[in-house]
Design a binder for this molecule. Sequence first.
Ligand SMILES: C[S@@+](CC[C@H](N)C(=O)[O-])C[C@H]1O[C@@H](n2cnc3c(N)ncnc32)[C@H](O)[C@@H]1O
Length: 182
Amino acid sequence: MLFLRRWIANPGKVGAVLPSSAALGRLVARNVARRPDQWVVELGAGTGTVTRALLGSGIPADRLVVVEIDPDLCAFLRRELPGARVVQGDATALRALLPEGAAGNVGTMVSGIPMLTLPPDLQRRMIDAWLDVMPPDGRLLQYTYSLLSPLPAGRLGLEGRRCGIVMRNLPPAWVWSYRRAG
Ligand SMILES: C[S@@+](CC[C@H](N)C(=O)[O-])C[C@H]1O[C@@H](n2cnc3c(N)ncnc32)[C@H](O)[C@@H]1O
């Protein structure tokens, strides 16, 4: 109900009527890559379905940064996942939200932000802010309801591939993995 209420309050930012399923969270978690010293950053955590899967897959809570722009959703995440490092803020200004040592060392960025509907200049600013804190071989995972790539990979200097589809999600969703081209 909280998710639905936040969607009614801000449909453009929330971008979905229902939260993701646990099955989608697990597919995302299986595609995370990080060296032991690296961080994972989740952007647009909502009510935390994907966060739970990331933590459940063994990513240590002190190496996961959970970013959410909506204050009500942040309060919910802090209550429901007391061990998680939840940061309220805008993913466009990501560097300022990260703890010391994380910038430049984010092995995988996980995004639930509805990128498809953003204007191209905002898309560009977001991706630039994310690449800015990732090492050259860093990975970006984005999930989407779209059959096509949720990001214009070539224009953004990225290479993308589909990791898989989750039918047990309403609607079914794809997970895409991107990295810097070349
Ligand atoms: C489609 S929902 C995904 C929620 C959750 N990850 C899930 O899969 O159920 C998108 C989420 O991104 C958040 N969001 C949108 N724009 C954001 C931004 N610029 N920075 C941080 N979070 C943002 C919204 O508040 C919302 O919770």
